[in-house]
Design a protein around this ligand. Structure first.
Ligand code: GUN
Length: 284
């Protein structure tokens, strides 16, 4: 048996086409990204996000600041973007330089413009089951499951990793979709015991090949979010051998990565609707 390839590139293209159509209908949609410092991977991600946003007709503003920018200057910039009527969505690329607090900066972004879904108000609403802005990577994983006809309801789902960006919101989304969810992490005593039960596996720890074929229940859907640049090239958390056992598998690259960008654009569109009161912002 060979797993069905969950083609994130193809699905992302469809999502992006839909976003482009709706952006054209709305007229102007603006996204501001903020990149502080010279993290190499962040530069690659920001370039990809800008290319996709521009292709969808989004007015993308690329703010780049030197690594020694003070926290106060970043907070002042975010304040200006919060009050800028040309800007619907704001994204501050992480990680930030170590001399500033990611918590403080994340809190500063207006929740309605927080297209990453990192603000505690957005994280809290996801927890409550009333999502507003949801982090793009787990959101993209849910879209992939849906597109391939995989309904999490009643299934065993194992999420590997408990990060605020992927693992935790992924677990919430799967729980809200009625899966029975287990979250594994660096202190999990026996990863294989849990993964063997899973109908759905989402791996997001950045440990190349940590999920091996012997751990996989035949027919399981396996989504790979881990991405590590090694000397042999880009590797995911899921070993290539899993393809022989799984029912569905995201390729690396071309799986969950393109979906992250597509969902960010969708989130920006949602932010534009909130700002125009076409969508009621919960609690306001
Ligand atoms: N760093 C790694 N992933 C992400 C993401 O999805 N959004 C932002 N802003 N920073 C990241």
């Amino acid at each position: 048996m060979t797993a069905v390839k969950m083609d994130g590139k193809e699905l992302a293209a469809k999502v992006r086409e839909g976003v482009a159509r709706e952006v054209a209908e709305l007229g102007h949609v603006g996204l501001a990204t903020v990149l502080v410092g010279d993290d190499e991977a962040s530069h690659v991600y920001i370039a990809a996000k800008h290319k996709a946003a521009t292709e969808a007709g989004i007015d993308a503003r690329d703010v780049r600041l030197p690594a020694d920018t003070s926290e106060g200057d970043v907070l002042a910039l975010i304040d200006r973007l919060n009050n800028d009527s040309e800007v619907d969505g704001i994204l501050v690329q992480l990680p930030l330089p170590s001399h500033m607090s990611e918590t403080k900066v994340t809190y500063a972004v207006s929740p309605a413009k927080d297209v990453d879904g990192f603000h505690p108000l957005n994280a809290g609403n996801l927890y409550l089951g009333t999502p507003i802005h949801v982090p793009a990577t787990p959101s993209g994983c849910m879209e992939l499951l849906h597109a391939y006809g995989i309904d999490p309801s009643g299934k065993e789902a194992v999420v590997i990793g408990r990060s605020e960006i992927v693992g935790r919101p992924m677990a919430m989304l799967l729980m809200h979709a009625n899966a029975t969810v287990t979250v594994c992490h660096s202190r999990t005593a026996d990863l294989a015991v849990h993964v063997r039960r899973a109908d759905i596996v989402v791996a997001a720890v950045g440990r190349p090949g940590i999920v091996t074929a012997d751990m996989i229940k035949p027919g399981a859907a396996c989504l790979d979010v881990g991405l590590t640049r090694t000397e042999e090239g880009i590797r995911g958390d899921i070993d290539a051998s899993v393809e022989r056992v799984a029912g569905f598998l995201t390729p690396m690259p071309g799986g969950t990565g393109p979906m992250t960008i597509a969902m960010l654009l969708q989130s920006t569109l949602k932010a534009a609707r909130y700002r125009r009161s076409l969508l009621a912002f919960p609690g306001s």
